[in-house]
Design a protein around this ligand. Structure first.
Ligand SMILES: [Zn+2]
Ligand SMILES: [Zn+2]
Ligand SMILES: [Zn+2]
Ligand SMILES: [Zn+2]
Length: 339
């Protein structure tokens, strides 16, 4: 296919819709994925994806929009997964496995009853973004915006909970509620990504751009933002590659998107190794555990804490404390108190 033909193809209505859906997916999935990776639950999206198959099949059976039935079932599944995980049962992983296999097998069975068989599911298992309808683009946009609003709006709180739940609890954050929110948002982004990369590859778009971003970014915030950029590039780029190859063969965009994301990880890996080695050379002695913090001087804080400094703010009697480096901290005249 010549570049002119490719441009012509990309300009068509159905391709414009596909590109928009891919971009939204590429931004939303890594945004929530950053918290999931931080919590070491990289396979959570995979599990939710399996459960969502039953949701799609219920849509096919009842004639309702599979997007919405998938949202409902995926959210219920995610809440159940989170509850099982939180209980910390010894058989928790077996319970999760039963849930995942049940979701996948149940979905295939129900879609068989709906008269579509596995073929009806194909579109949702591996994605088929080029056949997405205008209404479905709207659904995708709304759901993606929900995910982005919550993840970016609650970034300091979600970060505190994901990185150090014990400490977040001490700081007065409602850890359970935030964990549940992350699970629910993960379920929503699984549904967002369903038409783009498919339920079986959903997790890749939630994890791979984050892993790539972690190679280079230092802070949590920049990891999240770079993961979104990389996810967006992979999703749009993978779709264009699939469109370009479509002249010769039928290539589903889902796999090309995931392979492009993996290629980006492979390309940045040596850079990451080099960056980490340099960091070790410039900081030969890692900071030792500080133990219980005493009151400290103003110049130990490179910034004035405030609404958007990135530290979780906790209301405490008549003032606001900011959580950082293992303690709660309140400005008081010329110095800071630890609470
Ligand atoms: Zn601060
Ligand atoms: Zn205080
Ligand atoms: Zn402090
Ligand atoms: Zn004081």
């Amino acid at each position: 296919m010549s570049p002119a033909e490719l441009l012509d193809l990309l300009g068509r209505d159905f391709m414009q819709r596909a590109l928009l859906a891919a971009l939204l997916t590429g931004l939303a999935a890594p945004a929530i994925g950053t918290f999931i990776v931080q919590r070491r639950l990289a396979l959570l999206g995979d599990g939710i994806g399996h459960v969502a198959v039953t949701g799609v099949a219920l849509g096919l059976l009842t004639g309702a929009s599979p997007t919405w039935t998938a949202v409902v079932v995926a959210v219920l599944g995610a809440v159940l997964i989170e509850v099982i995980r939180e209980k910390g049962h010894t058989n928790g992983d077996v319970a999760l496995a039963l849930l995942f296999y049940g979701g996948l097998a149940g979905g295939v069975l129900i879609s068989g009853l709906a008269g579509d068989g596995a073929a009806g599911l194909q579109v949702y298992l591996f994605g088929s973004v080029t056949s997405i309808s205008p209404t479905e683009v709207w659904y995708t946009a709304v759901l993606a915006l929900v995910v982005l609003t919550f993840t970016l709006g609650l970034l300091p709180q979600l970060f505190a909970v994901a990185s150090d739940p014990e400490f977040a609890k001490v700081a007065g954050l409602r850890v359970r509620a935030y964990n549940l929110l992350v699970a629910v948002l993960a379920a929503v982004s699984v549904t967002v990504a369903m038409r783009t990369v498919g339920l079986l590859l959903v997790s890749a778009l939630m994890v791979v751009p984050v892993a790539t971003s972690q190679q280079l970014a230092r802070s949590f915030r920049s990891t999240l933002l770079w993961a979104m950029v990389l996810g967006g590039v992979a999703a749009v780029g993978g779709l264009v590659v699939a469109a370009w190859l479509s002249a010769r063969a039928t290539v589903a965009p889902g796999p090309s998107i995931v392979l492009l994301a993996l290629a980006m990880f492979a390309a940045t890996w040596p850079v990451g190794v080099w960056v980490r080695r340099r960091r070790r050379l410039t900081e030969p002695f890692p900071a030792l555990g500080t133990g219980t913090p005493g009151p400290h001087e103003v110049d130990e804080h490179p910034h004035q804490h405030g609404d958007d400094c990135g530290h979780p703010a906790v209301r405490h009697e008549d003032h606001v404390d900011y959580v950082h480096d293992g303690h709660r901290h309140a400005p008081h005249g010329e110095h800071y108190d630890e609470h």
